[in-house]
Design a protein around this ligand. Structure first.
Ligand code: SF4
Ligand code: SF4
Length: 71
């Protein structure tokens, strides 16, 4: 399985219409690209996850959702 890299380009893709438009997006300051950077510092209320529609998720062959949720 490929990995999503923490790059400015990938952050932009995540913020354009993926995490950024997700009903669960915790909106922590400067946060996003959780699949590469790890979970949010904020509590997350699960209201759906856009990851399966994200081109990075598809290209990397990821299978998880809710990368923003702290474990
Ligand atoms: S990781 Fe999933 S649930 Fe969390 S903000 Fe991104 S799309 Fe939404
Ligand atoms: S897979 Fe999810 S967390 Fe990763 S860039 Fe896409 S929407 Fe953001």
């Amino acid at each position: 399985m490929a990995k999503v890299e923490d790059t400015p380009e990938n952050f932009k893709i995540c913020m354009q219409k993926n995490c950024n438009t997700c009903p669960s997006f915790p909106r922590g300051k400067g946060e996003g690209l959780y699949c590469a950077r790890g979970a949010s510092q904020q509590p997350v209320e699960k209201k759906g996850c856009n990851c399966p529609e994200c081109p990075l998720w598809i290209d990397a062959g990821l299978s998880r959702m809710y990368y923003c949720v702290p474990s």
